[in-house]
Ligand binder design. Structure first.
Ligand SMILES: NC(=O)c1ccc[n+]([C@@H]2O[C@H](COP(=O)([O-])OP(=O)(O)OC[C@H]3O[C@@H](n4cnc5c(N)ncnc54)[C@H](OP(=O)(O)O)[C@@H]3O)[C@@H](O)[C@H]2O)c1
Length: 281
């Protein structure tokens, strides 16, 4: 068996400014593994440029790389895969989404970009691993402003279920598939440890910051109007459809995360306790 030289074992982590990539970079460094952080907008010299919408950035980012943690940006995925194969990359690990498992994912704007990248990886002559998380715990940061201001949180579907997944657990799962060859080459549906409603999430946040947080139930139209500055209309509609679909319907919790990290994921209460500063004035 030909062993790769140590310098060829480098792991390229795209999306370095994101919560999952940031946790993954720190984790790989703590384990002493050769990691190359990359960002579409590198802010310091230790981070290389890799803009997944700009193929000109691919060759330098991929040179000498053995495996890649990849964000799902479909616009130039074929060029990225081609360059990765040229560079001798042996494993591509995609941060996809469980939205690809939704009915008619080709027509679902939350699923489509992830699906297109999954298809490119599946067709590629290189091993691909698909991480399909459900809902990030960090999405709760979208409620930080009203909670800080002491205002009620607007919820169109307070009884809609989610499975908040701690980003550090997702990073740990990514590190597992990147470093253990026995785990790569398949798809994993990753959920948080508990299925809880949006209203229950607000209750958990309230207990973490030590006061009750009011909820204001709003219509789809009112919520869309509130989010108009942050979310394009089709994405807002898809998120509303997703919440409506899960209203009163507990999320199925999988065992894939525990299989990869060897323990259950951290509960939403842990994430909330770690992030109280974001919810207090
Ligand atoms: N939020 C959820 O509940 C959830 C659930 C399932 C799947 N996901 C998926 O997880 C990913 C991150 O979601 P998020 O909510 O954490 O979003 P986010 O906080 O807005 O992070 C966006 C990430 O995308 C990277 N990125 C953006 N443009 C890029 C480009 N042109 N080239 C390379 N990287 C680029 C950013 O890194 P740089 O700025 O450093 O390039 C950053 O890491 C998304 O693909 C999302 O669909 C999210």
């Amino acid at each position: 068996m030909i062993r790769k030289a140590c310098s060829d074992m480098t792991i390229l982590v795209t999306g370095a400014r994101g919560a999952v990539a940031g946790e993954l970079i720190a984790l790989l460094r703590r384990r002493g593994l050769p990691v190359r952080p990359a960002s579409s907008r590198p802010e310091d010299p230790s981070v290389v440029a890799c803009d997944l919408t700009d193929p000109a950035t691919f060759p330098a980012a991929l040179a000498g790389v053995d495996s890649v943690f990849l964000y799902a940006e479909p616009s130039h995925i074929d060029a990225f895969v081609k360059e990765a194969v040229t560079a001798g990359v042996s494993h591509l690990v995609l941060l996809s989404s469980s939205a690809v498992l939704a009915p008619d994912p080709d027509a679902n704007p939350l699923a489509k970009s992830h699906l297109d990248v999954e298809r490119a990886l599946t067709a590629a002559p290189v091993r691909g691993t698909l991480l399909r998380p459900g809902t990030f715990a960090g999405n709760a940061l979208a409620w930080a402003w009203p909670i800080k201001a002491g205002a009620p949180v607007s919820l169109p579907f307070p009884g809609s279920y989610v499975d908040p997944l701690h980003e550090a657990d997702l990073a740990e799962a990514a590190a597992a598939v990147l470093t253990d060859p026995a785990l790569g080459g398949r798809a994993y549906t990753l959920t948080g440890p508990d299925s809880i409603t949006c209203a229950e999430q607000i209750g958990v946040l309230g207990r973490a910051i030590g006061r009750d947080i009011a909820i204001k139930q709003v219509t789809r139209e009112e919520w869309k109007a509130e989010m108009a500055d942050y979310l394009p209309g089709p994405i807002a509609d898809a998120l509303l459809d997703w919440q409506q679909l899960n209203d009163g319907v507990p999320t199925e919790i999988t065992t894939d995360l525990e299989h990869l990290i060897g323990r259950p994921g951290r509960p939403f209460a842990t994430w909330a306790q770690e992030h109280t500063a974001a919810f207090t004035p």
